[in-house]
Design a protein around this ligand. Sequence first.
Ligand code: AMP
Length: 417
Amino acid sequence: MIDRVRGMRDILPEEASLWQALEGEIKRTFELYGYREIRPPLVELAELFSRTVGEATDIVHKEMYTFSDKKGQILALRPEATASVVRAAIGAGGGGDLQKFYYLGPMFRYEKPQAGRSRQFHQYGVEALGSLDPALDAEVIDLGWYLMERVGLGGTEILRLNSIGCAEDRARYRQALLSYFTPHAEELCPACRRRLGENPMRILDCREPKCQPVIQGAPRSVDYLCDACRDHFEAVQGYLRDLGLAYELDHTLVRGLDYYTRTVFELCSGELGAQDALLGGGRYDDLAELLGGAPTPGVGFAGGMERLVLARGHRSDEEAPELECFVVPVTEVAEVRRRAIQLLRTLRRAGLAADMDYMGRSLRKRLRVAGRRARYALILGPEELAQGGLRVRDLGPGVEKVVDLAQFQGDPKAFLA
Ligand code: AMP
């Protein structure tokens, strides 16, 4: 028996229906804010991510699924989609105007699997490209917040906010962190000692209890912002207040990806435990240039579908039967079966989800399957057929009526109240 790969899950039909409902809600919400869907490929040149997410990040350094193709190009399964969306937008032109994209789809990271963390996972996200307006940062955050409300998670979310400034601010901040952490190196975990040499900002992300006291005393990025970045951050906060969105300033929130500039944020669930980030994002004003494109500022977020499913769970009131109709021929008589097959075809072409038994079950078992899977059982027996009739049983209340089969086939929906 060949098993599935560690960290990769099957989403079976029972769960997939919840995914479909959530995906529908996500798309509708994104479209309310003027975003349009983009579907970038799952495979990209590995360099797309090493240049933008950053060579020294865990995502690129340790977690990327890379391979070479027959021409020797180094490719990667995408670990995230922002770089792809920006690449696509630059390639398609459209510069000069605001472009709003959303996406949904699988991402791949070779992480240690645990609850809410897998190696193939699914993200939904938005990217607004072309504007530096701080109102757009607030809009993107508001969109994430409203989305949580619409999927039934309103009231549990915590909005964490920070600004890491522009490239120059970050260079000064990096220096300050180096000066601060270097004398404390012995008090840090081994991973953070490595980060100290590569990217000391990443130390702030560390969740190791050992590192927390040192992190608490670290310099704060907001104290290293230039005037323009400080104004931007204050404007973002002003808009958030106008929109009535409560936020916490989190000076340790820097996000693990190199391409971020200025605003960074996370929406967390109060109910998820260690992996509590529902979605995270921020600005990435230099990303297009890192890819060789014209300067194109951007802001966006990405959220994890698996975490949404976990945080939200199943609701019993959403468990509608999968089918409208289950056709039940009461005998195996060839003529009855032929009529059943014709009736099925009519139902489906009338837009009604319908099925029948193909396992040779008894009548009693067929009706039981109908009760589990459908709202109506359409029962075809030789006596009814002899009189041109069809028995329609509403499986909720269990009431039955006999209707004219020819009329029913003319307009089945009219008979199913
Ligand atoms: P990131 O791209 O790392 O900022 O992640 C954005 C969001 O994607 C997180 O807030 C999570 O909801 C989700 N996410 C990231 N990595 C994983 C993973 N390995 N498994 C499941 N969800 C993930």
